[in-house]
Design a protein around this ligand. Structure first.
Ligand SMILES: Nc1ncnc2c1ncn2[C@@H]1O[C@H](COP(=O)(O)OP(=O)(O)O)[C@@H](O)[C@H]1O
Ligand SMILES: [Mg+2]
Length: 200
């Protein structure tokens, strides 16, 4: 499994050139930090990697990438449902029984530091817990590709550190993970850095 970005460049109609000449190979078991200031094109590049945005230049080729999850900047969940419900849902959707789904969900909750809130409702979670829940829910589906857009943007420093820990733990998971961020600590938690500054 791999994703090759070959000489990618992008500008929106009438907009400035955001980046150009970006060539990189993305592999499983890596967590790539996609860095650059606000407005530099991080979310755009995630969209290009996802295949939602066609780049103005270059091409993206994907080999054996058959599933993808996108984790948004603001956690969205169902207020009255528990943490365990949220993480079980993608597994139930795959056809697992409730019991099997919970059996697989529990280690994912541990991995993201959520085991102590497994039976808490989404509406009662802190910002950091809710964001980790979004990561856990994406992770449990074992996607080939996970795209995470500014996971710590809305969080205080301490809470952001718990997200960074969680990202480190996703690295060995046969998933290609790309995290856009302008938080140095989130960047340091990743295994590789793609800095858009190098492609301006
Ligand atoms: N759909 C769009 N059409 C035109 N311009 C856009 C669109 N999406 C983003 N932009 C512009 O492209 C630039 C890069 O945006 P974005 O990729 O969101 O940057 P970042 O995620 O690094 O903050 C910004 O100036 C933004 O206003
Ligand atoms: Mg963005």
């Amino acid at each position: 499994m791999r994703i090759e970005l070959n000489n990618i460049g992008h500008r929106y109609v009438d907009g400035p050139l955001l980046f150009h000449g970006l060539s990189v190979t993305l592999l499983p078991n890596h967590v790539y930090a996609l860095t650059g200031p606000s407005g530099s094109g991080k979310s755009t590049l995630l969209g290009i990697i996802a295949g939602w945005i066609r780049p103005s230049n270059g091409e993206v080729s994907k080999q054996n990438v058959d599933s993808m999850r996108w984790v948004f900047q603001n956690p969205h969940g169902i207020a009255q449902r528990t943490v365990l419900d949220h993480v079980s849902l993608p597994l139930l959707a795959k056809g697992l029984t409730r019991k099997q789904a919970e059996y697989e969900a529990v280690p994912a909750l541990k991995r993201f530091g959520l085991n102590h809130v497994a039976d808490h409702r989404f509406s009662d979670l802190s910002g950091g817990e809710a964001q980790r829940l979004m990561l856990a829910r994406a992770f449990v589906a074992h996607p080939s590709l996970m795209l995470v857009d500014e996971p710590t943007a809305q969080l205080d420093m301490h809470t952001a550190a718990t997200i960074s820990d969680a990202l480190t733990r996703i690295a060995q998971s046969d998933t290609i993970v790309v995290v856009s961020t302008h938080d140095p600590r989130t960047r340091d938690a990743c295994t590789d850095v793609i800095d858009l500054k190098d492609f301006q």
